[in-house]
Design a protein around this ligand. Structure first.
Ligand SMILES: *[C@@H]1O[C@H](CO)[C@@H](O)[C@H](O)[C@H]1NC(C)=O
Ligand SMILES: *[C@@H]1O[C@H](CO)[C@@H](O)[C@H](O)[C@H]1NC(C)=O
Ligand SMILES: *[C@@H]1O[C@H](CO)[C@@H](O)[C@H](O)[C@H]1NC(C)=O
Ligand SMILES: *[C@@H]1O[C@H](CO)[C@@H](O)[C@H](O)[C@H]1NC(C)=O
Length: 467
C-alpha cells in the first residue's frame, strides 16, 4: 500500500515534470517567434518586394504556431496556406535615400600607430562600441586635451551619435589622458562607450614613457569614488605648459575628421554643444533633396553659434533660444570678442524666424563681402579641404586657410533654419595675453608670406576671396 502510493506519487511527479518542461520549451519558442516577428517587422522597410512576400508568408506560418495552445498530445495541424496579398513596393527609407544620393563608402575602425609630420598618432586607439555605415549618421569630430573632458558627456547627451575625438597628450599628459578616458567610460554616461572613438597624438620630441597596446588598455574598472581626473586641472601643471608647447589644433582636427566613419561630419570644438536631434532631421532633409540642395556647387551647412551666461541652461530648441536672446541671457557667439569671425549672413532674420518642424535651408550664403573672414562651423563631408597643420591654436586664424579654399571653390553655405550650437555656459570676455598676441603676429606673417602664396597656386584666385 505504502509503496503503491509512493510509486503513484513518483509517477505523478514525473508527469508533472514533463508537462512543465513542455510548457517551458514551448513558451520559450513562442517568445523567440515573437521576437523574430518583431524583428522582421522592423526590417520590412529595408526589404525588397520579393523578400517582403516571403517574410509575410513566414509571419503567417509563425502566427499559426503561436495560436496553437497545447501541442503536447494533439497531432500537429497543417498550417493554413498563407494569404497572398498584393504588397506595394515600399517607399525607400530616409537612410536608403541618403545611401543612394551620397554613394558613400564604408570605413572600418582599425587601430594603427602612424607618424604624421612631426607627430605620432594613435589612430582609433579606443574604439566606440557602436559602429556605423557611412550613410547612417553624422560624426561630430573634434580635438581636445584632457582638461576639456568635462564637455564630453553634455555634448553626447545632445548629439546621441558618433563622436571622433583626437586628444593631444605629450609626455606625462598621456597618463592623465588615459585616466580621464577610463573615468568617462566607467563612471559617467554609457553614451561615452557607445559612441566615442578616441585618437591620441603627441610630438615625436615628447613621446610618453609608456604607451600600452590598445588590447591591454582598461583591464580593470576605474575606481569611481575618486574625483574625475579632468576636473579642476590647473593648466600650468600640465606637461604641455611646462614644456611651453603650442596646441597643434589642426593636427587634431584632421585626425578626428579623417577617421570618421560617416559621409557627413560636423567638425567642431568640444565646448560647442549641438541642439538636439540634428542627425535625424539633417538626414531627412538630405533625403528630400530639394531646392538649394540640387545646386551644382559644392556645399556645406553652417550652424549658428550662441553663448549663454554661466548660470543658464543650454537651450533645448530654437524657441527657448529666442526667449534667451530677448531677455539677454544668450548672445551670438564672440559678439564681444570677434564679431566678424562668426557673424552669419541673415543673422537678424534667422533670430526673428519662428521654429518650424524639421530642417530647411534658411539662406544660401557665400564667404565674401561682409563675410570675407567668416570662420563658420558646418556639417560637411570628407571632400571639404582639411586644415593647415602648421597653424596652432595660440597663433589664431587657424581656420582661415580652409575658408579661403572654400571661397575659391565657390562653395554654397546652406544655413539651416532650426539647428544651432551653444558654447558651454559662460560668456567669454577679452583677456590680454601678450604671448598669444606675439604668436598671432607670427602666424599672420606665416600665412601672408608662405601659406597664402601656396594656396593661390593650389586652389587659384577669385575676386572677393581672402584668408
Ligand atoms: C576607491 O577610492 C576610495 C577613495 O579614495 C578609497 O577609499 C577606496 O578604498 C578605493 N577603492 C578601491 C577598490 O580601491
Ligand atoms: C573644483 O573647484 C571648485 C571651485 O574651486 C570646487 O568647488 C570643487 O569642489 C572642485 N572640485 C573637485 C572635484 O575638486
Ligand atoms: C522647447 O524646449 C522647452 C524646454 O525643454 C520645452 O518646454 C518646449 O516645449 C520646447 N518647444 C518646442 C517647440 O519644441
Ligand atoms: C530668460 O529666458 C529663459 C528661457 O525662457 C528662462 O529660462 C530664463 O529664466 C530667463 N531669464 C531671465 C533673466 O529672464
Amino acid at each position: 500500500m505504502y509503496s503503491n502510493r509512493k510509486s503513484f506519487i513518483i509517477k505523478l511527479l514525473v508527469v508533472a515534470c514533463i508537462v512543465y518542461l513542455c510548457i517551458h520549451v514551448f513558451t520559450n519558442n513562442a517568445g523567440r517567434v515573437i521576437r523574430e516577428l518583431q524583428e522582421s517587422g522592423r526590417n520590412l522597410a529595408a526589404l525588397d518586394n520579393a523578400n517582403l512576400e516571403q517574410s509575410a508568408a513566414a509571419a503567417l506560418v509563425n502566427e499559426n504556431e503561436i495560436k496553437e495552445p497545447m501541442p503536447i498530445a494533439e497531432p500537429t495541424k497543417e498550417p493554413e496556406p498563407p494569404v497572398q496579398k498584393p504588397v506595394p513596393t515600399p517607399e525607400p527609407t530616409v537612410l536608403e535615400k541618403v545611401q543612394r544620393l551620397t554613394q558613400c563608402l564604408d570605413k572600418p575602425l582599425v587601430p594603427k600607430t602612424q607618424q604624421r609630420g612631426d607627430y605620432w598618432v594613435l589612430y582609433n586607439y579606443i574604439i566606440a562600441e557602436k559602429t556605423f555605415r557611412c550613410h547612417e549618421s553624422i560624426t561630430y569630430t573634434t580635438h581636445a586635451d584632457y582638461s576639456f573632458m568635462d564637455n564630453l558627456v553634455p555634448l553626447l547627451e545632445r548629439w546621441k551619435g558618433p563622436v571622433s575625438i583626437a586628444m593631444h597628450a605629450p609626455g606625462t599628459d598621456f597618463a592623465n589622458t588615459l585616466e580621464s578616458i577610463a573615468y568617462l567610460r566607467d563612471c559617467t554616461s554609457s553614451l561615452v562607450r557607445e559612441y566615442t572613438t578616441f585618437h591620441i597624438y603627441f610630438s615625436t620630441k615628447h613621446v610618453p614613457k609608456e604607451v600600452p597596446k590598445p588590447s591591454s588598455l582598461f583591464t580593470e574598472l576605474y575606481n569611481c569614488s575618486l574625483s574625475p581626473p579632468f576636473l579642476n586641472v590647473s593648466t600650468e601643471n600640465m606637461y604641455k605648459a611646462q614644456k611651453k608647447l603650442l596646441y597643434p589644433v589642426n593636427v587634431g582636427r584632421n585626425v578626428a575628421r579623417e577617421t570618421a566613419q560617416t559621409h557627413f561630419i560636423l567638425p567642431s570644438d568640444i565646448e560647442l554643444y549641438p541642439s538636439p536631434n540634428i542627425i535625424e532631421k539633417f538626414l531627412t532633409m538630405i533625403a528630400e533633396n530639394k531646392g538649394p540642395l540640387l545646386s551644382k556647387n559644392p556645399k556645406v551647412f553652417p550652424l549658428h553659434i550662441f553663448e549663454v551666461s554661466a548660470n543658464q541652461q543650454v537651450p533645448d530648441n530654437k524657441t527657448m533660444l529666442k526667449e534667451m536672446l530677448v531677455n539677454g541671457t544668450a548672445l551670438p557667439f564672440h559678439k564681444k570678442l570677434c564679431p566678424g569671425c562668426h557673424s552669419v549672413p541673415k543673422a537678424k532674420e534667422w533670430q526673428n524666424a519662428r521654429e518650424t518642424k524639421g530642417f530647411h535651408v534658411f539662406h544660401v550664403g557665400k564667404r565674401n563681402g561682409r563675410f570675407i573672414h567668416w570662420e563658420p562651423i558646418f556639417i560637411g563631408t570628407h571632400a571639404d579641404p582639411l586644415y593647415d597643420e602648421r597653424l596652432s591654436w595660440e597663433g589664431k586664424s587657424d581656420k582661415m586657410t580652409q575658408g579661403y579654399a572654400l571661397c575659391v571653390m565657390d562653395y554654397d553655405f546652406l544655413i539651416l533654419d532650426n539647428a544651432f550650437l551653444v558654447h558651454k555656459p559662460g560668456i567669454k570676455v577679452y583677456k590680454k595675453d601678450p604671448r598669444r598676441s606675439m604668436l598671432a603676429a607670427k602666424t599672420n606673417q606665416l600665412i601672408r608670406k608662405i601659406i597664402f602664396p601656396e594656396l593661390k597656386v593650389l586652389y587659384g584666385v577669385k575676386k572677393g576671396c581672402a584668408v
